[in-house]
Design a protein around this ligand. Structure first.
Ligand code: SF4
Length: 249
C-alpha cells in the first residue's frame, strides 16, 4: 500500500475509498437498527481482507488463540465499537452468569482500578483485561480494531514487556497501518455525519454503555455520550484537521 498513491493504490487512496464506503453505510443505514452492525462488519471485513494482502511475505505472527500476554494494555475504541460491546455484554450476561462469570461486575472493577491511569501506570499495574477467561477473550467476535491490529512476531518479547522488563516488541507494521487507516476512515465518516467520532478508553466507556440504555439513541442524536472516557492523546480538533487535510489532498 506504500508509495503508490499516484495510481490510486496507496494509503491515501485506501483511506478515501474506506471513507466513501463508510459514508455510504451511514447514509443507507442511519435510522435503521443495523447501523452499528453495518459499520463494524464493514470495518472488520476490510481489516481482515487487507491484512491478508499486506502481510503477504511477512514473517508468521507469534499471536495465537489462548495467548493473552498483551491483554493488560489500555484498549481504545470508537463509539460504534463501544455500543456493540455494551450490547454483547448485556445480551450474554445470563449465559456468562450461568457459568460463574459476572462480566459487568468485572468491567466495573477493572474500570475502578484503572480509570485515570496513563499507559505506563497501567502497564505497571499488570491488570488483566476483564474480558479474559482462561486465556480466551470472551468478546473475541466483537473485540475492537485496537485488539485486532495489535500483533507481534515474538512472544518472548511480549512476555518480557508484560513483566515490566524493558525491550522492543517487534509489532506487525501491516496490522498497525491497516487498523489505523480503517479506524480513522470510519471516524472521519462519523464526523461528517455529525456523530461523536472520538476514541474512548474501553472499560470506562462500556460501563457507561451498560448503565445507560439510551446511549445508542443519544449518540445517534449527536451527543458525545462516552465523553467521560475520552482518550485525549490526540485532541478532537487535531483529528478533525487531519481528516480535513486528507480529504482536501
Ligand atoms: S478485549 Fe479481548 S483481545 Fe482485547 S485486550 Fe481484552 S481480552 Fe485482549
Amino acid at each position: 500500500m506504500a508509495d503508490q498513491d499516484s495510481n490510486g493504490s496507496g494509503p491515501l487512496s485506501f483511506f478515501k475509498a474506506q471513507h466513501r464506503a463508510f459514508a455510504e453505510t451511514l447514509k443507507t443505514r442511519q435510522g435503521t437498527g443495523g447501523l452499528i452492525d453495518g459499520l463494524l462488519l464493514q470495518a472488520w471485513d476490510s481489516f481482515e481482507h487487507n491484512i491478508a494482502i499486506q502481510a503477504e511475505g511477512q514473517p508468521p505472527l507469534a499471536c495465537h488463540k489462548g495467548c493473552a500476554t498483551c491483554c493488560t494494555l489500555r484498549v481504545t475504541a470508537t463509539a460504534p465499537e463501544v455500543l456493540m460491546i455494551g450490547r454483547y455484554v448485556r445480551w450474554s450476561d445470563g449465559r456468562f452468569k450461568s457459568i460463574g462469570i459476572d462480566l459487568p461486575a468485572r468491567i466495573a472493577d477493572a474500570d475502578a482500578k484503572t480509570h485515570g491511569l496513563d499507559e505506563a501506570q497501567r502497564v505497571a499495574l499488570r491488570l488483566r483485561c476483564p474480558y479474559i477467561e482462561n486465556g480466551i477473550c470472551l468478546i473475541y467476535q466483537v473485540r475492537p480494531l485496537a485488539c485486532r491490529g495489535h500483533a507481534s512476531y515474538d512472544v518472548h518479547a511480549c512476555v518480557k514487556a508484560a513483566a515490566g522488563r524493558a525491550g522492543e516488541i517487534p509489532y506487525s507494521g501491516p496490522h498497525r497501518v491497516v487498523r489505523g487507516l480503517v479506524q480513522n476512515a470510519m471516524q472521519s465518516s462519523l464526523r461528517d455525519a455529525g456523530l461523536a467520532f472520538g476514541l474512548y478508553e474501553l472499560n470506562h466507556a462500556v460501563c457507561i454503555a451498560i448503565q445507560n440504555e439510551n446511549c445508542y439513541a443519544e449518540w445517534l442524536s449527536g451527543a458525545d455520550v462516552f465523553a467521560p472516557a475520552a482518550i485525549t492523546d490526540v485532541g478532537i480538533d487535531e483529528m478533525a484537521r487531519i481528516y480535513d487535510a486528507i480529504q482536501a489532498s
